[in-house]
Write a protein that binds this ligand. Structure first.
Ligand code: BDR
Ligand code: CA
Length: 314
């Protein structure tokens, strides 16, 4: 099966995404690297390790990465919507991690996993792109070991952190620009426009909660996050952004993509962190590099895939 590495800032939807990969026996989860984002790095790292423990995946190494963006100081806002512990105040329900944190940092773990892999690996960044930009800048030789980068980030017609910028891009636009511009590595962008189409409702979440111990634990992480999305969506439900990217990594082609030039705005103006997706039929003087932008999917199939894997887990 596909070999994958997740770079993450758990985060409620990151928790769903990690559990999805951890319980999917048809893929090989080689490692998890952490980054600041929804909450500070110490917290995202603790959450990632404990989530893997919950899923009985002490075989998966975890390394901590960047605690701040590449160029600018940490953003004022981490994220209020995941609760101060990243999991709606419920992180304490997770087991302690027994596997020690990887001794090296995220970039060194990424390099060693990629170099050791006997076939190219899918990298799934579901937080700010700082670690992946650092990897590509410092170790260009590993590009041939990356089959593709499937990243949750950006928006075609919408933002969330600002009117035009999505959180993972906005949190470190310079890093995102570096990763998206890396033309030797195929890139799939899973933007807000698509993740919102895949939102889950209270019926789906109740099914998850009653599916078993893993589902019950994950559903218990949702209250604060869900309260935010209730306002955004207008009904009781939430968007599992990061799990949509992992689903594509697990089942390549699940998301239908269209190729457009994409550029990340790194100005200091109001468009900072925007993913500028050029959808003109004839993109005269396009800026940006052609990226496979996920535009739609069989939404029910996706929701069922995520639910059935999480229900079968642990
Ligand atoms: C992204 O931002 C974070 O809050 C989520 O975990 C997801 O990765 C959505 O914009
Ligand atoms: Ca995330």
């Amino acid at each position: 099966g596909t070999k994958l590495i997740i770079d993450t800032d758990p985060g409620v939807d990151d928790a769903f995404a990690i559990a999805l990969a951890a319980t999917s026996t048809d893929v090989e989860l080689l490692g998890v690297t952490t980054v600041f984002g929804n909450v500070p790095l110490v917290t995202t790292t603790a959450n990632a390790r404990r989530l893997l423990q919950l899923c009985d995946r002490t075989d998966v190494p975890v390394a901590a990465g960047a605690s701040r963006p590449f160029v600018h100081q940490a953003s004022r806002r981490l994220s209020g919507i995941h609760g101060s512990d990243g999991l709606s105040g419920q992180a304490g329900s997770l087991p302690e991690a027994t596997r020690p944190l990887h001794e090296g940092d995220a970039v060194s773990l990424l390099v060693s996993l990629l170099e050791a892999a006997d076939e190219p690996v899918t990298i799934v960044p579901i937080g700010p792109l700082t670690n992946i930009a650092a990897l590509l800048a410092a170790h260009p030789g590993v590009r041939s070991k990356i089959s593709r980068i499937v990243l949750m980030g950006g928006g075609v017609a919408r933002g969330n952190s600002t009117a035009v910028a999505e959180f993972n891009i906005w949190a470190d636009p310079e890093a995102a620009r570096r990763v998206i511009a890396e033309d030797d590595v195929p890139c799939v962008l899973v933007p807000l426009d698509l993740t919102h189409q895949c939102a889950v409702d209270s019926v789906w979440l109740s099914e998850l909660a009653s599916s078993g111990p893993l589902g019950r634990t994950l559903e218990a992480f949702t209250p604060e996050y869900r309260a935010h999305y209730q306002q955004v969506l207008g009904y009781d439900g939430m968007v599992v952004h990061d799990a949509v990217a992992v689903a594509e990594a697990i089942r390549p082609g699940l998301l239908r993509t269209e190729t457009y030039p994409v550029h990340v705005d790194t100005s200091s103006g109001p468009a900072r962190g925007m993913t500028l997706v050029d959808r003109r039929a004839v993109p005269i003087e396009a800026v940006g590099r052609p990226v496979d932008v996920a535009v739609d999917t069989d939404v029910d199939e996706l929701r069922n895939l995520v639910l059935s894997r999480l229900a079968g887990g642990c």
